[in-house]
Design a protein around this ligand. Structure first.
Ligand SMILES: *[C@@H]1O[C@H](CO)[C@@H](O)[C@H](O)[C@H]1NC(C)=O
Ligand SMILES: *[C@@H]1O[C@H](CO)[C@@H](O)[C@H](O)[C@H]1NC(C)=O
Ligand SMILES: *[C@@H]1O[C@H](CO)[C@@H](O)[C@H](O)[C@H]1NC(C)=O
Ligand SMILES: *[C@@H]1O[C@H](CO)[C@@H](O)[C@H](O)[C@H]1NC(C)=O
Length: 421
């Protein structure tokens, strides 16, 4: 049976090819060979927009040469630069041939910026117009915007996954570069505005805010539960835990690294939190499907809702539920149910690690006395309204997610074929 080794070889070759093609593109590696784009490439890495590009199945990256890039970054915050970079990543495949063959000579393309949910109107789209005479121009999508960027040359194409082309100038519209920056922001005020007043209050009264502020230089990602999360039926009674446990619980809601939502998606192993250390693992697992990211503690799960601040190296995200570490709350359902009426008292005394009062009797009335005086926030979610076009993006993500699974299935099939011989 001379065909057996041949079949075996074919099966092995199929596995090898599938393993290779399942490998995602890497924008950093693609641009590395071209010194013209070194500044652009370095900002893609710093802002982690590179992770977002690599996680997309089909993208076009509009690369800026160093001269254009240096004018963009001059005196701008990284948060603003990140927005501008995201607007240069089109969620469609445009090679030079397609640019010169647009139906009706003009189109609007969705960009990564649109997927942030922070793009007002259709500002997350880019206008591409093929002028007669061969010039292809790019500009903001707003009506009558000047199209001041020009296609200059092709850099690299991997059909139909990633196309990298050079354009002459950044695409900018008023407001794009005004994202809140960590340096000028008041974290407490940002959290309160995002509907996370309870969390902000606890950070302050426990002294953990200081710990986070100190960590901000090196890297910090906060998962801020919204006010509803503290009132949810499964939420623990915070009055029944010690002040040391409260500090640990709050630190469990932070990573000592800059890990924006798109970068969380690429975490394959559990991530260490600021509570991780000698006293326990205190890690979090991450699951993602398309643009949705879910955190799993081993006790409960929570969706990552919105981005409040994203300014390298600081990122603040909101979550729908409290994250309950196994080390404190066991693997079963959260202990101490009951009406978690305690909201952070705005401690009048010294702020640092004021011990939380001894367990309050379940009958204890007067939750009002403990609540902050302000009325509940009007918009507890604090998440920006989904911008138009987000539905399209989601759909293409879903396609992406299922495409990601496909190679695994094929590899399994090929392995099954091998076993069959
Ligand atoms: C392009 O992406 C598809 C999935 O959409 C994948 O199957 C294919 O292997 C990729 N091609 C290359 C050259 O990476
Ligand atoms: C992408 O390429 C860069 C440079 O070659 C490398 O440092 C990095 O680890 C790669 N990223 C991934 C996800 O493979
Ligand atoms: C793109 O911009 C040009 C110039 O402002 C405009 O004429 C064209 O209609 C725009 N294209 C789309 C698809 O909106
Ligand atoms: C930050 O904002 C909070 C709430 O709005 C306020 O109480 C606090 O004084 C502010 N801190 C600074 C340093 O401005």
């Amino acid at each position: 049976m001379a065909t057996r080794p041949l079949l075996l070889l074919l099966a092995i070759a199929a596995v090898a090819i599938l393993a290779l093609s399942a490998e995602a593109h890497n924008i950093t590696a693609i641009l590395e060979g071209s010194p013209d784009y070194s500044l652009f490439n370095s900002y893609l890495t710093q802002t982690k927009v590179a992770d977002e590009i690599n996680s997309r199945e089909t993208v076009t990256c509009l690369a800026l040469p160093n001269s254009a890039m240096s004018s963009l970054v001059a005196k701008k915050s990284l948060a603003g630069i990140k927005n501008a970079l995201r607007l240069l990543v089109l969620l469609d495949y445009f090679d030079p041939a397609k640019l010169h063959d647009l139906p009706d000579g003009t189109t609007l393309s969705t960009t990564l910026y649109q997927t942030t949910g922070n793009a007002p109107g259709n500002s997350g789209f880019v206008n591409i117009t093929d002028r007669r005479g061969g010039d292809v121009l790019f500009g903001p999508s707003a009506k009558n915007s000047a199209l001041t960027s020009r296609y200059t040359k092709s850099v690299r194409q991997i059909p139909y996954n990633i196309s990298v082309i050079e354009i002459s100038a950044p695409i900018v519209f008023p407001g794009l570069l005004d994202a809140p920056s960590a340096a000028t922001s008041n974290i407490t005020a940002l959290l309160e505005k995002a509907g996370c007043k309870t969390f902000a209050g606890l950070l302050q009264s426990s002294g953990v805010l200081k710990v986070f502020e100190t960590a901000m230089d090196k890297g910090l990602t906060l998962f801020a539960p919204n006010d509803e999360a503290f009132k949810a039926s499964g939420a623990p009674d915070l009055s029944s835990i010690t002040s040391a446990e409260l500090v640990t619980l709050l630190q469990y809601h932070a990573l000592p690294t800059y890990t924006p939502k798109a970068s969380l998606k690429s975490s394959t192993r559990p991530v260490a939190t600021m509570a991780s250390g000698a006293s326990g693992k205190f890690d979090l697992s991450v699951e993602s499907a398309g643009d949705d990211v879910t955190l799993k503690t081993g006790v409960d799960t929570s969706r990552v809702a919105s981005t409040v601040l994203d300014d390298t190296p600081v990122c603040i995200l909101t979550v729908d539920n409290l994250l309950l570490p196994v080390e404190l709350f066991g693997a079963g359902p959260a202990p101490a149910p009951g009406p978690a009426a305690l909201t952070p008292a705005e401690a009048p005394g010294p702020a640092v690690a004021e011990p939380v009062s001894a367990p309050v009797s379940a009958k204890a009335p007067a939750p009002e006395a403990l609540s902050p005086p302000a009325p509940p926030m009007g918009s507890p979610e604090g998440s920006p309204a989904e911008a138009p076009g987000a539905a399209d993006v989601k759909a293409s993500d879903k396609a992406g997610a299922s495409a990601g699974i496909r190679p695994v299935g094929l590899v399994t099939a090929a392995l099954a074929a091998v076993c069959f011989l």
